[in-house]
Design a protein around this ligand. Structure first.
Ligand SMILES: Nc1nc2c(c(=O)[nH]1)N[C@H]1C(S)=C(S)[C@@H](COP(=O)(O)OP(=O)(O)OC[C@H]3O[C@@H](n4cnc5c(N)ncnc54)[C@H](O)[C@@H]3O)O[C@H]1N2
Ligand code: MOO
Length: 404
């Protein structure tokens, strides 16, 4: 009996646990998942600073300055970013200031350089309104004690910069789950070998290695094993320190579909053997000593889509992410989907926005053994179970193939 997709997802998510954490140099943390709460220990900016190159002044003194009624001030000092003014700005004076420099004592505003004229140490202010707004206030972005980042945050470029600003040189991040990938099938040859009759190259391991890494895992490629239980077990045993072992091929009912037998011989406790989705119906899952074993179909489209639906959420959970699902939207079919559907079906599609809303066009080649459509796809259209052929204009559910 094939399990409902949602039930299979629940079983796998309940079986998987979150990885331990490690401290890493910040420069290695991009795309890792933060495992700690980061609290600011100081305000940011840490001091009132100038957002402009110009002159620090007493804002009240210059607020009426216009080209026909300029205000003249005497320059006292020049403060660069990285230094601190020694003198106080007093009535009748201005301090030359550079972007990023601390506002000198006594100053309450900044005039940009373009609104001034300079003759020796006399500064003529041509436009003085709004000078007080030209100060970035201490703590205007972050106040000391504030929670700035929480565990589960994926460290993107913004988070990298913020961690640096807060002095987190070695943040605590989750260890990435180690995922072994192995292709089975006597017809499967390594990618660098010439084709001979009856053989095809192992595309699944490379396709899945990208999917694993996108989901936060690190990959160990085990290579290819012929259809032989002991040969498959021998190769799988090389992945002793992996957290998840994924095979492709041999998941169905043919004479050489051996993954069920492999699991049995290895003592892997089977969680399920078939899931009610198309493509990707044959998919075995099992567990042994905390290690997850997944036997995906050999058909590339089936392997890719059952990975997307079943394994990706598990890797996101193990990686410490808090959201495990792709963004879901409703879209209108821009072209018909001509097949009637028994089990819930996932179809690679291009999705885009026009004046009328979101449109989704199923890509042309959708065979179970095909892969080309995955190159262009940015979405998966969901065709509900027991659907007739769907005409263009039908509203469908779509998973966007982007991070939430
Ligand atoms: N009598 C039945 N036959 C089949 C059924 C069924 O229910 N009853 N299901 C079909 C469906 S659906 C699928 S999907 C496949 C699943 O088969 P397996 O998981 O056992 O996979 P294989 O037979 O080993 O391979 C299928 C196909 O994919 C090619 N392949 C395998 N590995 C790779 C690889 N690493 N890279 C690229 N391509 C690969 C393989 O050569 C086959 O063409 O079973 C149907 N049959
Ligand atoms: O269920 Mo198969 O996995 O259609 O490709």
């Amino acid at each position: 009996m094939a399990l409902k997709l949602e039930t299979a997802q629940e079983i796998l998510l309940a079986t998987a646990s979150v990885m331990p954490a490690e401290c890493l140099p910040l420069e290695q943390c991009w795309q890792r998942v933060l495992a700690e709460t980061v609290v600011a220990d100081t305000d940011f900016p840490p001091f009132d600073r100038s957002p402009l190159d110009g002159y620090a002044v007493i804002a009240d003194e210059v607020k009426h300055a216009r080209p026909d009624a300029p205000v003249r001030l005497h320059q006292i000092e020049n403060v660069a970013a990285g230094s601190v003014a020694r003198e106080t700005v007093r009535p009748g004076t201005a301090c030359r200031i550079m972007t990023g420099a601390p506002i000198p004592p006594g100053a309450t505003g900044v005039i940009r350089q373009e609104d001034t004229a300079v003759e020796g140490d006399i500064i003529t202010i041509m436009a003085g309104a709004g000078a007080a707004q030209n100060i970035c206030r201490r703590g205007e972005e972050i106040t000391a004690g504030e929670v700035v980042l929480t565990a589960g945050t994926v460290i993107n470029a913004g988070a990298m910069g913020m961690l640096a600003a807060l002095g987190k040189a070695e943040p605590l991040v989750y260890v990435r789950p180690r995922v072994a990938l192995m292709a089975t099938g006597s017809e499967i040859i390594p990618v660098n070998e010439p084709l001979t009759p009856g053989k095809i190259r192992n595309s699944n391991s490379y396709m899945l290695s990208a999917q694993v890494q996108e989901a936060g895992g690190q990959v160990q490629l085990l290579g290819e094993a012929r259809d032989d239980v002991d040969a498959i077990i021998e190769l799988l045993e090389r992945a002793a320190d992996c957290d998840v072992c994924i095979t492709t091929g041999g998941a169905s009912v043919g004479d050489y579909d051996l993954i069920g037998e492999v699991f049995k011989k290895m003592g892997v406790k089977v969680l399920f053997e078939r899931v009610s989705i198309k493509p990707g119906m044959p998919v075995l899952a099992g567990v042994k000593e905390n290690k997850l074993f997944i036997g995906l179909s050999g058909n590339p489209a089936a392997a890719s889509i059952s990975f997307e639906q079943l394994v990706r959420p598990v890797l996101l959970k193990m990686s410490g992410r808090t959201g495990w699902w792709r963004p879901r939207v409703r879209a209108t079919l821009a072209a018909p989907f001509g097949k009637s559907t028994g089990a819930k079906r996932f179809v690679w599609a291009r999705c885009w926005q026009n004046e009328a809303g979101l449109l989704a066009e199923p890509l042309r080649l959708q065979g179970n053994g095909m892969l080309k459509s995955a190159i262009a796809a940015n979405a998966l259209v969901v065709i509900p179970e027991n659907s007739p052929p769907l005409p263009a204009g039908t509203e469908v559910e779509v998973f966007l193939l982007v991070n939430a």
